[in-house]
Design a protein around this ligand. Structure first.
Ligand SMILES: Cc1cc2nc3c(=O)[nH]c(=O)nc-3n(C[C@H](O)[C@H](O)[C@H](O)COP(=O)(O)OP(=O)(O)OC[C@H]3O[C@@H](n4cnc5c(N)ncnc54)[C@H](O)[C@@H]3O)c2cc1C
Length: 354
């Protein structure tokens, strides 16, 4: 079976939200699961490198592009049965969220506005405003390139953690075909709000429920104010969202970090700190970047920090991937020099590294 659409020497930049990256030797667009599997099998049989692309909103592709087959997943399918939702990998995530809210269901309403495809959501366990997909995904249907079979992986075997999963840990092994969710019928109300900023904006307390449509609308407004909803006219959104994950520090590393913070900012300085499991503390990458002197809008070149959010690196229109990486490296080094913490990039890099 041949895919619907194959291009040669195809530019990949237009398929990414950064609008960056060189061409792929071959770009296939698959609109059914069978087509996805056929393209993957062919690449594997011929030893051709394969790059899976969903919405391209978490990808940094090198200026030289990709030597191999880029496979764009453009499958569709939204099936709701009670609280059970099955999404084809190619479904637009944010539109699917809107539909579940319209259907009166709760569980993913605070994940509205996250760009990209449904199939990518388990990869880094997408999360925002107090929700993560790991809380509602029941199982992931994927093509396993090692066993050459379609497998159903239950939530408990997805190894979900903060911006991480079994799929991210073993890149290249699984191609997600479908994602199944168990959503809650709370009579049109949201799940209990877990994020202080959302609760504050809605005039309620953390733990309260509000109409799910209100939660979604509020999250979208908060996100838009930070340049976190795609808008082709706004260069602050030519990004991959947060460029760095929030560092998680062991007790010892946190102690050393606190020492550096107080040395630099004074004895009363208190960095953001959240419990992140046994003996672990999560701090804020945005705070670190800002305190190290990289404030909103930082940068003189075509790649700069967003004017709305310190954590988003952006393409102002004329940037190359090398410009973006130079800025990212400058931020990593600056934060390391200031606080001894090494930031890790959240987006997936292709043919390049920090
Ligand atoms: C403005 C903006 C805001 C954002 N806000 C958030 C946020 O709040 N929270 C958050 O978690 N993320 C956020 N992101 C990052 C991004 O939107 C998510 O990570 C999203 O899930 C990526 O989906 P995608 O389809 O665009 O993936 P892509 O960028 O196309 O791919 C990302 C990775 O997943 C792999 N992949 C994609 N589809 C599949 C598949 N079907 N099977 C196997 N592998 C696959 C790719 O090979 C690649 O390694 C934001 C990005 C932007 C641009």
């Amino acid at each position: 079976m041949s895919p619907v659409h194959v291009l040669h020497d195809a530019p990949l930049a237009p398929l990414t939200t950064f609008r960056l990256g060189g061409p792929a030797t071959r770009l296939a667009t698959a609109t059914t699961d069978d087509e996805v599997i056929a393209v993957v099998r062919e690449a594997d049989q011929t030893g051709t490198p394969l790059l899976i692309i969903g919405g391209g909103s978490n990808l940094v592709i090198g200026d030289k592009g990709f030597e191999g087959t880029a496979l764009r997943i453009a499958t569709s399918g939204y099936a709701l049965d009670g609280g059970t939702l099955e999404l084809a990998a190619g479904e637009n995530w944010s539109e699917a969220v809107a539909r579940t809210v319209e259907a009166g269901l709760a569980g993913i309403e605070c994940l509205a506005g996250i760009p990209g495809s449904a199939g990518a959501t388990p990869i880094q366990n997408v999360g925002a405003y107090g929700q993560e997909v790991s809380a509602t995904i029941s199982e992931v249907v994927a093509y396993d390139r090692r066993t050459r079979e379609t497998v159903v992986i239950p939530n408990a075997e997805c190894a979900f953690s903060y911006r991480h999963s079994r799929f991210k840990a073993d890149p290249g092994r699984y191609v997600v075909l479908r994602v199944r969710f168990e959503l809650e019928d709370a009579g049109g109300m949201s799940a209990p709000l877990r994020y202080a900023e959302t609760a504050r904006s809605l005039g309620v307390r953390v733990g309260d429920r509000v109409p799910a449509a209100d939660a979604r609308r509020t999250v979208l407004a908060l996100r838009a104010g930070k340049g976190m909803v795609l808008d082709a006219e706004d260069h602050d959104t030519w990004s991959a969202g947060s460029f760095f994950t929030n560092p998680i520090l062991t007790e010892e590393a946190y102690g050393a970090f606190l020492g550096r913070v107080r040395e630099r900012l004074g004895e009363d300085a208190a960095p953001p700190a959240y419990p992140a499991g046994e003996g672990l503390t999560k701090t804020s990458a945005a705070w670190l970047i800002d305190q190290a002197g990289f404030t909103k809008g930082y940068g003189a070149g075509p790649a700069r920090i967003s004017t709305k959010h310190t954590l988003a690196l952006t393409n102002r229109g004329e940037a190359t991937t090398e410009d973006l990486l130079a800025l990212a490296r400058e931020v990593v080094e600056g934060v390391r020099d200031a606080f001894g913490v090494t930031l890790v990039n959240e987006p997936v890099t292709v043919g390049v590294s920090l």
